[in-house]
Design a protein around this ligand. Structure first.
Ligand SMILES: Cc1cc2nc3c(=O)[nH]c(=O)nc-3n(C[C@H](O)[C@H](O)[C@H](O)COP(=O)(O)O)c2cc1C
Length: 284
């Protein structure tokens, strides 16, 4: 019999077609706790003023370093910011998002090709042309994201809340300066980590729905059939979610996305390529 794997899948989609499938384990077993943590994810934007227990940072970074990494090159580093004033300064650069100040820990993930360059020089190579290839830049970004997502899952498994912060790319140059980031490194995104203030609805009390699975899952070949219907169905699901969150007057997702990509207002993004090149990445 086909059944819903869990109320978590229902909550993720609010679309029965997407959430009706058998759990691929012994039916008498409950949902593995790792899956339960992953499916329960919500971004947390309200934190309690509590310090993290000793060993938390190290546990999170061990999880980060346990992720896969292209060719074992390990092309990322992370800066842990806990000092309140320093954290406040980085919050200011990241669209002044106050939850960054509230969170006891803010991590800045830094793609890093510098270590490879240093080693190349140490071993007597004059040039490192491969480092100038765009693929190395992509690799360091992908590795950073894999590491960060492992932190997210580890933190949530410990009962902590997280929120990624891409907004620091609006001031990428200032972030490099504030964190003393040397050439061939930069801050691609941050992550706030702390105890969710569950009294506050910004702590992410509800699971935010995603596009129906059939919209993003293609079998064997790309297929955009049904896209309009899928987005219309998602518009409804997300609309209901926002109403439950008392966030009224939001545009439907399709319209929001259309407006977002058509917008002339790019903020600090207009400088991003310049900042990356200034940091010594060649993107060839
Ligand atoms: C790389 C990245 C950057 C993000 N930057 C921000 C941010 O600056 N501020 C914010 O409030 N949320 C940010 N988010 C969180 C997304 O808005 C959030 O994941 C999305 O709305 C889905 O909600 P959920 O995580 O609660 O499921 C970011 C997420 C990612 C993956």
């Amino acid at each position: 019999m086909t059944k819903t794997i869990s109320p978590l899948a229902e909550a993720r989609y609010r679309d029965s077609e997407s959430s009706t499938f058998p759990l691929p384990t012994d039916p008498s077993n409950s949902l593995p706790s790792t899956l339960s943590t992953i499916l329960s994810h919500r971004s947390c934007r309200a934190f309690l003023p509590f310090k993290l227990p000793e060993g938390t940072l190290e546990t999170l970074i061990t999880a980060a370093q346990s992720g896969s990494t292209s060719s074992l090159l390990q092309t990322w580093d992370v800066i842990a910011i806990q000092d309140p004033e320093h954290k406040s300064n980085i919050a200011t650069l990241a669209a002044d998002q106050d939850f960054i100040r509230q969170a006891p820990l803010f991590l800045v993930f830094c793609p890093n090709l510098r270590r490879l360059k240093n080693l190349s020089e140490q071993y007597g190579h004059q040039d490192s042309p491969v480092l100038d290839n765009m693929n190395m830049f992509i690799m360091s970004t992908v590795d950073s994201a894999i590491a960060a997502q492992n932190v997210a899952i580890a933190a949530e498994s410990l009962g902590l809340g997280i929120c990624y912060v891409g907004a620091l790319r609006h001031n990428a140059d200032e972030v490099c300066k504030l964190l003393n980031l040397p050439p061939l490194t930069w801050g691609v995104f941050g992550m706030a980590v702390g105890y969710p203030d569950t009294e506050n609805r910004r702590s992410g009390r509800r699971i935010k729905p995603r596009l129906p699975m059939r919209e993003v899952l293609h079998m064997e070949r790309w297929n955009e059939e049904g896209q309009k219907d899928n987005v219309a169905s998602y518009d409804k699901a997300l609309g209901t979610f926002y109403e439950e969150e008392s966030k009224f007057g939001r545009k439907a997702w399709g319209e929001f996305v259309a407006g977002r990509v058509a917008s002339q207002a790019q903020g600090g993004w207009v400088n991003i390529r310049k900042v990356i090149e200034k940091q010594g990445f060649k993107l060839e």
